[in-house]
Design a protein around this ligand. Structure first.
Ligand code: PXL
Length: 283
């Protein structure tokens, strides 16, 4: 079988596992080739560290695409995550137009907020820009805060009702015109936490729930999104993809909690890669 290839477009946070340092190993574990376009280099991610360096690589994006255009390079998937500016959002739209073929799946994780708040460095109107990028995607993976912000809806804390989640996910799919939406951070009680997935063609919502672990662990959104992407490109159904990704993420959090690691440092997903590889390479 022909090996699949994707391009992951995120920052490199040199310390504190997230974005490219998470996407590369997880998607590679599925036997998928991962090319990258780094959007910035930071000494650490921005969640809880202070004094980090930030080298913007916006000016390198078009030259990278121009160089690639000299070769016959095709991608089965394009995966964007943390983007640092409106300019980068506009460049991603051009990137999709230049790299996508009719068989390419475009994944957008609109990384910008959590727990009702935008991450540091993002302006208040950033969700508008992210929404316009999501409108060009085949699959989007927001958390509930990002979903509300993109719909200009006030963020509410959970526990949520099924009606609330289903209205949110359907609104995202129809108003942003995206066929498949995976919503993270879904919980109906204090025991379980997980994700919901909506497929517009089938008008069906699926859930994958697991144990809710207290504490805020950094980079878990990227771990989850990378595992969903790896699973979908390994021909798993949307339901199987969210189940595999929820289990992979929760097991990573549990190991990290047991080890008492600083929550800023990222989760121990590496120990779970062998199991993930065996789940995704059973073609
Ligand atoms: O995990 C998302 C992420 C990625 N990259 C950078 C971040 C964050 C979240 O805070 O700061 C630089």
């Amino acid at each position: 079988m022909k090996q699949k290839r994707i391009v992951a477009i995120h920052d490199i946070s040199c310390f504190g596992k997230c974005s490219l340092t998470v996407a590369l190993p997880i998607i590679s574990a599925a036997g998928i080739e991962v090319s990258v376009i780094p959007t910035a280099v930071l000494s650490t991610h921005t969640g809880g560290f202070t004094g980090f360096t930030f080298r913007d690589l916006t000016d390198d994006i078009v030259p990278i695409l121009d160089h690639w255009a000299n070769y016959d390079i095709q991608f089965d998937g394009i995966y964007t995550g943390y983007l640092g500016s409106f300019e980068q959002i506009e460049l991603m739209k051009q990137t999709f137009d230049r790299l996508r073929t009719e068989n390419t799946i475009v994944f957008v994780d609109p990384v910008m907020a959590d727990n009702g708040k935008l991450y540091p460095l993002f302006p208040q109107d950033f969700p508008k820009g992210m929404r316009s990028l999501c409108e060009k995607a085949d699959v989007i993976i927001p958390n509930i805060t990002e979903a509300c912000f993109m719909l200009d809806k006030e963020y509410e804390e959970g526990p949520y009702t099924k009606e609330y989640i289903e209205e949110l996910i359907r609104r995202l799919s129809f108003e942003l015109n995206v066929k498949r939406v995976v919503l993270t951070g879904v919980y109906f009680d204090d025991q379980k936490l997980g994700a919901a997935a909506y497929d517009q063609d089938q008008d069906k919502i699926e859930y994958a729930m697991s144990d809710r672990i207290t504490g805020y662990y950094h980079g878990t959104g990227d771990v989850f999104a990378s595992a969903v992407m790896a699973s979908m490109l390994s021909n798993k159904s949307l339901k199987d993809a969210i189940e595999i990704a929820v289990d992979f993420t929760v097991e990573s959090i549990k190991r990290t909690k047991e080890a008492n690691t600083d929550v800023k440092f990222g989760v121990d997903f590496e120990t779970g890669l062998k199991k993930l590889a065996s789940q995704l390479n059973d073609k």
